[in-house]
Design a protein around this ligand. Sequence first.
Ligand code: IPE
Ligand code: IPE
Ligand code: MG
Length: 238
Amino acid sequence: MNIPEHVAIILDGNGRWAKSKGMPRTYGHTMGAKNVEEICRSAWEKGIKYLTVYAFSTENWSRPQEEVGAIMDLLRNYLKTCKKTAEKNHMRVRVIGDKTRLDPDIQAAIAELEEFSRDFDGLSFQIALNYGSRDEIRRAVDSVLREIKSGVLPEDTEITEEFISSHLDTAGIPDPDLLIRTSGEERLSNFLLWQCAYTEFYFTDVHWPAFSEEELMRAVEDYSSRQRRYGKTGEQVL
Ligand code: IPE
Ligand code: IPE
Ligand code: MG
C-alpha cells in the first residue's frame, strides 16, 4: 500500500457528535482532544511520518465566549498530556498559526513543548492553533518586507516558490499528501491553501470524536487506490 508521508486532518464535528449524544458541545471537544492522541499513535504505527491537525482557526474566535474559553482550558490540559506523549513516543511537536494571540501561559507551554521535542525522531506532529492560511501568507509577506527593509535580505531578493514556502509556518515540512475532513463538510475553511496545491482530499461523514484507526485506514486505502499520473514532484508514477 502507498502510505502517505504527510496526512493533514480538519477536525470537525465535535459539537454535532456531542449533540447526538445529548451532551454539551464542550464534551465533544474533550473527546475530540482525546481522539487526537489515539490518531497520533495509529498514524505512526501505520507508517505516516507527518500529521497536521486543524484544531482552532483564526475564525473560531467568533464562537460564543464560553465555548472559546472552554477550548482554551482544554488546550492547556492537552499541552501537558501532549508533552508526556511526546516523551514516550519521541514525537516532535510544532504549532502552526499566530501564537501571539494566545494567552501568555499557553504560549509559554507551546514554546516549552516545541523546544523539548525538537530533536525527537518519531512522528512529526503539527497542531494548527489560531491558524488561518490567508493570515499565514499575510504574515510571511510581512516578514519578508521587514527583512528587506532592515537589510537582512537584499533588495533584489528573488521571490521563488521555495522562498515563499520557507517563510510559511510549515517551513521544512513537506506538503500534505492526503487531507481528511470529518463530519461531512467539504471545504478547506482557510486551512493550508498554499500547501494543498496537489493534495488528495478525503471526506467522511464520521464526526471527529468517532474517527477511529479503522476510519484512518479507510482514508489511507482510498488514497492508495487513486491513480496519479504524476507525482507531486513532477515525476511520472504510472
Ligand atoms: C471542530 O468541531 C472543533 C473546532 C473547530 C474547535 P466543531 O466545534 O466545529 O463541531 P461542529 O462542526 O459544530 O459539529
Ligand atoms: C474548521 O472547522 C476549523 C477547525 C477544524 C479548527 P469549523 O467548524 O470552524 O469550520 P466552518 O466554520 O464549518 O467552515
Ligand atoms: Mg465545525
